[in-house]
Design a protein around this ligand. Structure first.
Ligand SMILES: Nc1ncnc2c1ncn2[C@@H]1O[C@H](COP(=O)(O)OP(=O)(O)O)[C@@H](O)[C@H]1O
Ligand SMILES: [Mg+2]
Length: 427
């Protein structure tokens, strides 16, 4: 029996992503047909074996897994247990033809959220999925809302650069939404800094404009900038966030690294967090900004072009002295159509993916076009829940852990990078 897999959300609509694992092919097809007919669901995979189901859940990260208890190669309840442990963001609904107490008890013990007895009516199936999904989103939002930062929080990640090895990977979208989440949801004093030198679109995403920019902080060599001047130069956004814009690239290049360093020290004394949206180049200003950062969120998309550039950057990072603790790998749009699985990305980069953000074309472009950050305009949306979570991880200075030890990359990416390079030691 072969697994059928579809990558990516349908038509960019934010849908509830469902994986169906059922040993009975007819039943599998019936479930998939019922769900696919409704716009709120995206059936990301159908599969007949328990082992394959757990593998696909870890790769595709569906919101819901419908798991039949009677499956070959690892029964449904073992698969459910495995999923609950390794992919807690995926809610398991177990399906069974039996409702004896022992079966129900086993279902309750393995971390499943619901238990449905076959034959399953369509109305019951849909109602159950919606209830489980909404319950999970509510629970996650409540946990995030209740979490208050510990008073003695380590402040190692005060300056956060959002970097990417290629244009269009989502740096600006992530920088804007992370900064807004830190300011509006977590009530920190946050500065979003345009490090894109005239190519930044953060002003569009936040619907702001001003004639002032970082050059106004450099002055004419006389008085040093202070917090009063900063307050006049930055744009105060409705979310509570302050934004420091940049001049066009030619003007920005006049700022010497030492001046940039002075400005950043001042900003560190004023703001709890500084998020920098950067250019996808290693020009002198970008390197100066990365040098001044405590963490470099390195954003990539799960496609070959993005990964190729990422790998080149990771090699260069060694020469620049950026250790594995500094660089955190973020996969943006992890579930886009044709996405390269996370394991392969980690294999090629010899690094763990610190966080993955889903694809949600409709909501993201609408939020950018309207100039309304997604995390405040639609905080319940799954992508916003992920962004708010990433912001909360960053503000708690929870690192992604050490870089992964050497691991051999397999599959399509081998041909791009060759075996010899892969045998290099991780940075
Ligand atoms: N998670 C996502 N889901 C869907 N579309 C996204 C996502 N992240 C970014 N995009 C889209 O990708 C495009 C590039 O994003 P942007 O933030 O401007 O990239 P960059 O700053 O790296 O050049 C934008 O049109 C944005 O709408
Ligand atoms: Mg950008």
């Amino acid at each position: 029996m072969r697994a059928t897999v579809s990558n990516g959300t349908t038509l960019g609509k934010s849908t509830i992503r469902v994986l169906i694992a059922d040993g009975d092919e007819q039943q599998r097809t019936a479930l998939a047909t019922a769900l696919s007919a409704r716009p709120e669901f995206d059936v990301v995979a159908t599969v007949g074996h328990g082992e394959r189901a757990t593998l696909l859940v870890s790769q595709l990260r569906p919101d819901i897994a419908l798991v039949d208890m009677a499956m070959m190669r690892s029964d449904g309840s073992s698969a459910a247990e495995h999923i609950a442990f390794t992919t807690p963001g995926c809610q398991v609904i177990l399906l069974s033809s039996h409702n004896e107490p022992s079966v129900v008890r086993r279902a309750m013990q393995c971390g499943a959220r619901e238990f449905l007895i076959k034959p399953i009516e369509e109305k019951e199936l849909i109602g159950t999925i919606l209830r489980v999904y909404e319950g999970a989103v509510r629970q996650q939002s409540a946990v995030l809302a209740e979490m208050s930062p510990p008073p003695d929080r380590a402040r190692t990640d005060q300056v956060i650069a959002v970097w990417g090895p290629k244009g269009g990977v989502g740096r600006t979208f992530l920088a804007v939404n992370l900064a807004v989440a830190m300011a509006a949801v977590e009530h920190h004093r946050v500065l979003l800094m345009d490090g894109c030198l005239g190519f930044c679109t953060a002003d569009v995403a936040l619907n702001i404009s001003t004639g002032r920019n970082i050059l106004d902080l450099v002055g004419d060599g006389g008085k040093s900038p202070d917090s009063e001047l900063v307050s006049r130069v930055v744009v105060h956004h409705a979310s509570g966030l302050d934004v420091l814009l940049a001049p066009p690239v030619e003007a920005m290049l006049q700022i010497a690294p030492a001046q940039l360093q002075r400005i950043m020290s001042l900003m560190r004394s004023i703001y709890e967090y500084i998020v920098i949206d950067t250019r996808p180049l290693l020009d002198s200003t970008t390197v100066a900004l990365l040098d001044l950062s405590d963490v470099i969120l390195t954003v990539c998309n799960p496609d070959i072009a993005s990964l190729r550039n990422l790998r080149i950057f990771l090699d260069a990072a060694g020469y620049l002295g950026y250790g594995p603790d500094l660089i955190r790998l973020i996969v943006n749009r992890y579930d886009m159509r044709g996405a390269i699985p996370q394991e392969e990305i980690e294999g090629v980069c010899r690094r763990r993916v610190a966080f993955a953000i889903r694809n949600d074309t409709e909501a993201v472009s609408m939020s950018i076009n309207r100039g309304e950050p997604l995390v405040t305009s639609q905080p319940q949306r799954p992508i916003s829940v992920e962004l708010i979570k990433l912001a909360s991880i960053l503000t708690r200075a929870q690192g992604s852990g050490p870089a992964k030890a050497e691991s051999a990359a397999v599959g399509v990416l081998d041909r791009l990078f060759g075996r010899s390079k892969l045998n290099n030691k991780p940075h």
